[in-house]
Design a protein around this ligand. Structure first.
Ligand code: ATP
Ligand code: MG
Length: 381
């Protein structure tokens, strides 16, 4: 008997699952400027969903509409099965952590976290318990009597998170939650955020313009540009199968080649690019009509670099000259001139010390670049 598929950690694949947040054709105009342009979105319970895009693409505006601080010009937002159109922010099952989270400077950590509960008239003993639990969770219990200025940036950020979570929202909306932190603290806090989310099972919607952050944190990512969604998918889907040049270059690095389909076989596709002169043999079953103009995206880590010619097929390889080598410890980045002008980027892991028969590659050396037939991504826009 066939087993029922398990969608528990991928509810978006489950045809039976009901989305927790449903955004239907939502637009937001400011005068004649369109900040959010007819977007559709479904987010499931327990997801850590990222809205990712460059500055001004409409991320905060969309988040503010979910929170109720902005009213959609058209369209409909549903949360937990309820139409939010006439529901004010404080009655929504959401809480928002703002882009520049403002802690009350004169209050202690404890006071900051308790503030919302006091305002709601929660009983004193319950406030004490909930605040203590929350400070335990974000590992700030020993700092509970400090004022914000006596904390590091990362600790302040965790106070803001505790303050937002203590009210037990079903959805937490976070606008650039790690934006104020330096790189090291950011990395560390990312994992803390994931742990906390995992333990509480709250649905997180996180806005960020940092693609690495989105890749690390998310169950799924919506890539936004100019008020629209370019692609929605898991980090792997977006990285391995971008649907456009914009997404391919926005998420990670990609070498881009323009060419034409010259053969559309049942199990392969051949694309020929003129500059550089190269034939791409692709075996992953995409089917695109002969003659179509396409772009090939090749991720730097998918390209092999060698001094010897790689095998005997002339497809899926080009020759070039090493222009630049960046040694990053665990890996190296090579920039290779192809046909005297264009640079192709390659990253390769430095797993073993170079040995006999595999001499190190040096500046200005002639090299071969090659890749597997399954690696090129074919894009039509
Ligand atoms: N109240 C407003 N009136 C007019 N235009 C606005 C208003 N709020 C936002 N905008 C415009 O809408 C666009 C989207 O703004 P939004 O704040 O959503 O961007 P964002 O994606 O969050 O950018 P960032 O990464 O810089 O925070 C911007 O061009 C912005 O100038
Ligand atoms: Mg913003």
């Amino acid at each position: 008997m066939a087993q029922a598929p398990d969608y528990s950690d991928r509810p978006w694949l489950d045809p039976e699952a009901e989305p927790f947040i449903r955004v239907q054709s939502v637009s937001k105009h400011f005068g004649d400027f369109t900040a959010v342009d007819s977007v559709d979105l479904e987010i499931y319970k327990g997801e850590l969903f990222c809205l990712l895009g460059g500055s001004g693409c409409g991320k905060s505006t969309l988040l503010r509409m979910l929170a109720g601080f902005e009213t959609p010009s058209s369209g409909r937002i549903e949360i937990d099965g309820q139409n939010m159109t006439d529901v004010p922010p404080y009655e929504r099952p959401v809480n928002m952590m703002f882009q520049s989270y403002a802690l009350f400077p004169h209050m202690t950590v404890e006071g900051n976290v308790a503030y919302g509960l006091r305002r709601d008239g929660v009983a004193r003993s319950e406030i004490e318990q909930r605040v203590a639990d929350m400070l335990e969770l974000v590992e700030l219990i020993q700092f509970r009597k400090r004022k914000p200025h006596q904390l590091s940036g990362g600790q302040r950020q965790r106070v803001a998170l505790a303050r937002a979570l203590v009210k037990q929202p079903k959805v937490l909306l976070l606008d650039e939650p790690l934006g104020a932190l330096d790189k090291r603290l950011r990395d560390q806090t990312q994992y803390e955020l994931m742990n906390i989310q995992d333990r509480l099972g709250v649905t997180f919607v996180v806005v960020t313009h940092d693609q690495e952050e989105a890749m690390t944190l998310s169950t799924r990512i919506a890539v936004m540009d100019a008020g629209r969604f370019m692609q929605i998918g898991t980090p792997t889907e977006i990285y391995e199968f971008p649907n456009s040049r914009l997404v391919a270059t926005f998420i990670g690095n990609a070498n881009m080649f323009e060419g034409r389909v010259t053969e559309n076989g049942p199990d392969h596709l051949i694309v020929v690019s003129k500059r550089p002169d190269c034939e791409f043999y692709i075996d992953h079953g995409v089917s695109i009509a002969e003659g179509t103009r396409v772009w090939i995206a090749l991720r730097p880590e998918k390209v092999r670099i060698s001094k010897q010619p790689p095998g005997n097929s002339s497809a899926n390889q080009i020759r070039g000259m090493v222009h630049d080598i960046g040694y990053l410890g665990g890996m190296s980045t090579y920039r290779v001139d192809v046909e005297g002008e264009r640079l192709v980027e390659i990253t390769s892991q430095n797993q073993i010390r170079p040995r006999d028969g595999n001499p190190p590659i040096d500046w200005d050396e002639e090299v071969y670049l090659s890749w597997e037939a399954s690696n090129p991504v074919v894009l039509t826009k």
